[in-house]
Design a protein around this ligand. Structure first.
Ligand code: NAP
Length: 453
């Protein structure tokens, strides 16, 4: 039997576990999927927007893998300094596959970035997704309900689209989601009327996918506003035929909006392009009062240069949605430039040579790009490397049951029945509030629920 630990129970971790147990091989493979949280599914639970029920339902596919007879979910197991170091994990398993994602957000590096009222989009997403590491009252205390009429979202990727959409959604549309009750209450009281979503390059370089973009145009009570003159600064706007298909479709959606007469709806999402953030500015109370941008000009090769002309957009809330970034895991090599672990076909490289028994998959392997499905071939490649190495890996003696070793190291995992107890508690919480399933947003609540209390 080959004992493998997969660290991280998001899509890449679960796809790695699936690829491992799908093989009809000798030696047989047994997989423990470890997660720092007592809840599985990673960004499917804590990143996919609550109003994207279809993508969320992917949890059902991931669940069947975690319920496989040779797969075991072990939640509340932290790997790293002060917890279980990678070297100790390798004593307990023949191989470890790190699928820890990209947990931090990229910084903008402009003055005013940390003003009150300026947040990373990932922080906002974590808050409305009930991630227990986010202070549950963070946005509640932030004057979000009281003062925000205009918000700026910096970046034009799918996360930017998600947060812009959630900002303008009405309570009736959010009520059926599993959003925690406190977040729902705050968003229900929101007075946001304008969301400015701003890209530093042109529409043909935008990173959002067309399906997600189109959804903005179908929001009730919200108008999407684009300035045809600004779109036309992009040389590919007049003739998008040379663009990749996805960008061409985006341009066509934007063109449709540019040609549509205003409908006088109460909320607006303004899509802006060729504006590079240079500073966030403070108001009288020291809170963010706006964002200053420099107008950029296309260089004809997909890049831009500054024009020396500036534009201020007033905003009482700024969400910086400029991408995720991998964080180093103490005990594993790390490439700070790329924010990933150096690897060859998924084998972790230490000083340029493969480190026996250590592998990576998902965003910590290839960076924070692609959609959920991209993780499937990525995990498959890593698992293939692992299985090729398996004859050597099994020669090393490891304990019959790694769980005893984890317990001896002071770890008290939340096993599958504990997670099912959390699921039941969330269904019960929803019932008591007259809603569907409602997520528990805090560590204490999750721990109590896992113990069936
Ligand atoms: P992303 O796709 O990498 O987009 C980041 C955006 O930030 C880009 O527009 C980028 O512009 C901009 N940016 C980066 N640095 C900047 C700076 N210093 N100043 C101004 N703008 C800056 O990242 P993401 O939106 O966080 O998404 C991460 C991944 O998750 C993506 O693969 C995405 O498709 C996926 N995702 C998918 C869904 C879905 O399928 N529904 C939902 C959420 C996320 P440049 O291009 O100019 O660098």
């Amino acid at each position: 039997m080959l004992h493998v630990a997969v660290v991280g129970s998001g899509p890449s971790g679960v796809y790695a576990a699936q690829s491992l147990v799908q093989q009809d091989l000798v030696p047989r493979v047994r997989v423990d999927v470890l997660d720092r949280l007592p809840c599985p599914y990673g960004l499917v639970r804590y990143g996919v927007a609550p109003d994207h029920e279809k993508i969320k339902s992917l949890q059902n596919n991931l669940r069947t893998v975690l319920e496989h007879e040779r797969v075991r979910f072990l939640g509340s197991v932290e790997i790293g300094p002060g917890a279980l170091p990678p070297a100790r994990l390798l004593d307990l398993y023949h191989a470890v596959v790190y699928c820890v994602g990209a947990a931090a957000d990229r910084r903008l590096g402009v003055p005013g970035e940390d003003l009150p009222g300026s947040h990373s989009a990932t922080e906002f997403v974590s808050w409305y997704s009930a991630h227990p590491d986010v202070l549950t009252d963070g946005f509640e205390q932030d004057g979000f309900v009281r003062g925000v009429e205009s918000a700026v979202v910096i970046g034009v990727g799918n996360v930017a689209v998600d947060v812009a959409r959630i900002l303008v959604r009405g309570v009736a549309e959010l009520l059926p989601t599993d959003m925690p009750d406190a977040a729902l209450g705050v968003l229900a009281g929101s007075r946001v009327r304008e969301v400015h979503m701003v890209g530093r390059r042109g529409p043909s370089q935008a990173r959002f996918t067309t399906k997600e973009l189109r959804e903005l145009g179908a929001l009730p009570d919200t108008e999407v506003v684009v300035d045809p003159a600004e779109l036309a600064l992009d040389p590919a706007y007049a003739d998008p035929s040379g663009l990749p298909a996805a960008s061409r479709r985006n341009i066509e959606v934007l063109r449709g909006w540019a040609e549509r007469p205003p409908r006088g709806l109460p909320r607006r999402i303004r899509l802006r392009f060729f504006l590079r953030p240079v500073a966030l500015t403070a108001g009288a109370a020291g809170r963010v009062a706006g964002a200053r941008f420099e107008r950029t000009l296309p260089d004809g090769r997909g890049g831009v240069s500054g024009s020396g002309q500036y534009e201020d957009i007033p905003a009482q809330l700024v969400l910086r949605s400029v991408g995720y970034r991998g964080v180093p895991l103490d005990g594993l090599p790390f490439d700070p430039e790329r924010g990933t672990v150096p690897h060859a076909a998924g084998r972790v490289l230490r000083d340029g040579a493969p480190s026996p028994g250590e592998y990576v998959a998902g965003w910590i392997k290839r960076g924070p790009t692609g959609v959920i499905g991209t993780n499937r071939p990525c995990a498959k490649e890593t698992v293939q490397s692992l299985l090729d190495d398996a004859p050597d890996l099994v020669r090393r003696g490891v304990p019959e049951d790694p769980l005893a070793g984890l317990r001896a190291a002071g770890v008290r995992p939340v096993e599958w029945p504990g997670w099912l107890a959390i699921e039941r508690a969330e269904a019960e919480l929803g019932r008591s509030l007259g809603r569907g399933v409602v997520k528990i947003p805090d560590w204490a609540g999750l721990r109590r629920a896992a113990q069936g209390q």
